[in-house]
Design a binder for this molecule. Structure first.
Ligand code: PMP
Length: 453
């Protein structure tokens, strides 16, 4: 099919996720192929993948070992159900996941997306307490500005106004405690923000622990909320509070897992052992829709018994534990091991920090936030007062469109430009991407368009 025809059909029949289709009409993009960290569109234009195709690609596109693993699996079988039956690569992958995750996690429950892995975590925690006879423990605590996916359960534990407000009548209630960000706290002081957040959490737990099933938090970094990083010691304290008040700690590693923050899982920064941990995105190196919810023997045991006891966990989809996805995930983890990818990523992250330090000096950069390969650059009108640009000017969005013209793809989060390239990116590619970001931000911030009437 030629490029013009593809373009016409995409305009006529497609409806893209998290996309205002008017924006897409004005700036369409159709990817046809990719290699390494380069994506190619139907016109042959090439782009560096500055957001890892939405935070998931790890070792680059068309990585021969992963392609090969999928082909070999395809010669055996593409899919069989996991309902009441296991399959070979899902078993092998479960062993690997348990090997690389915190020691207390011993069970793997598969799913197809990050949001679903969170839905499962919520249902699992809820039913865990039901099965244990603590029927009142039904509520969840979250951190304000969190994001855990777009399904109804996941948005109920999320609180990003623009994604969630419209669905408020559909959502179940949960408690939200302020995220300890120095930049949001009136004092601008991280320590005070941390202490206040922990104090609020402790008060809430003290008053309501009999009603609380679990605390759901993103691991170390609030991603979709704008790349906000937890201060040192904070997650560890949350773990301590959860233990003290008999509340399950549910850590969402969907965005942070698989080397993204410079550790295999971000909980390792704080040596935290969650009761439930969700993983997705990087699990297959960014190839196929596999996700998983990992938990402890203690949680698992509460679901085990005779069928008539009604303890079974009734969750699972048609494609759960898909063999092609599991085979890709195994090949992905194999590369992690053979090439010491996490160690390399941690080293490269230091170089990224240097590149970002230069960007931080630009006239319209309010703050740069980074943990490993997870970076956010906040664009502001005034560096000193941190006054934002009027939202209708969409400065960060326009900057990313300019980056596209200059040969790099990413997607902003409000005023924050996301920089999350694949871990395999070379030093030279990282430098090029930083150069593109710099140029685009300089050009765009000083030529704001007048908003449409
Ligand atoms: N949790 C977190 C922390 C995420 O960042 C995301 C997606 N960005 C999700 C869950 C949802 O994952 P998915 O898009 O695979 O459903």
């Amino acid at each position: 099919m030629d490029a013009t025809r593809l373009y016409e059909i995409s305009q006529k029949h497609m409806w893209l996720p998290f996309t205002q289709m008017k924006d897409y009409e004005e700036a369409p993009l159709i990817i046809e192929s990719g290699e390494g960290i380069v994506l190619r569109d139907i016109y042959g234009n090439e782009y560096l993948d500055g957001y890892s195709s939405l935070w998931l690609n790890v070792h680059g596109h068309r990585r021969p070992e992963i392609n090969q693993a999928i082909k070999e699996q395809l010669e055996k079988i593409a899919h069989s159900t996991l309902l009441g039956a296991a399959n070979v690569p899902s078993i092998q992958l479960a062993e690997k996941l348990i090997e690389i995750s915190p020691d207390n996690l011993t069970r793997v429950f598969y799913s197809d997306s990050g949001a679903e892995s969170v839905e499962i975590a919520i249902k699992m925690a809820y039913q865990y307490w039901q099965n244990k006879g603590k029927e009142k423990k039904t509520k969840f605590v979250t951190l304000a500005n969190g994001y855990h996916g777009d399904t109804v359960g996941a948005i109920s534990v999320g609180s990003i106004d623009i994604y969630h407000r419209v669905y408020s009548a559909l959502m179940f209630d949960s408690f939200a405690v302020p995220f300890p960000s120095a930049s949001w706290h009136p004092s601008g002081d991280g320590q005070t923000a941390k202490e206040e957040s922990l104090a609020a959490m402790q008060t809430l737990f003290k008053e309501s622990h009999n009603e609380i099933a679990g605390l759901v938090v993103e691991s170390m970094v609030q991603g979709a909320g704008g790349m906000h990083i937890m201060p040192p010691g904070y997650l560890k304290e949350l773990e301590r509070l959860c233990r003290a008040f008999n509340i399950l700690l549910i850590v969402d590693e969907v965005a942070t897992g698989f080397g993204r923050t410079g550790k295999m899982f971000a909980v390792e920064h704080e040596d935290v052992a969650p009761d439930i941990m969700t993983v997705a995105k990087g699990i297959t190196g960014g190839y196929l829709p596999i996700a998983a919810t990992l938990t402890t023997e203690e949680v698992y045991a509460a679901f085990y018994g005779d069928y008539a006891e009604m303890k079974t966990f009734f969750h699972g989809h048609s494609y759960t534990g898909n063999q092609l996805g599991c085979a890709a995930a195994l090949a992905n983890l194999d590369i992690f091991e053979k090439e010491e990818v996490v160690k390399q990523a941690a080293e490269k992250a230091e170089y990224i920090a240097k590149l970002l330090a230069e960007i931080a000096e630009l006239p319209h950069v309010g703050e740069v936030r980074q943990l490993g390969f997870m970076c956010g650059i906040e664009v502001v009108k005034d560096r000193t007062t941190k006054e934002p640009f009027p939202s209708e000017e969409r400065v960060a969005y326009r900057a990313t469109l300019r980056m596209r013209e200059l040969g790099m793809l990413t997607r902003p989060l409000g005023d924050v430009i996301v920089f999350m390239p694949p871990l395999v990116s070379s030093y030279e590619q990282l430098t090029r991407m930083a150069g593109i970001m710099k140029q685009a931000m300089l050009e765009i911030a000083d030529s704001p368009v007048v908003a449409e009437q």
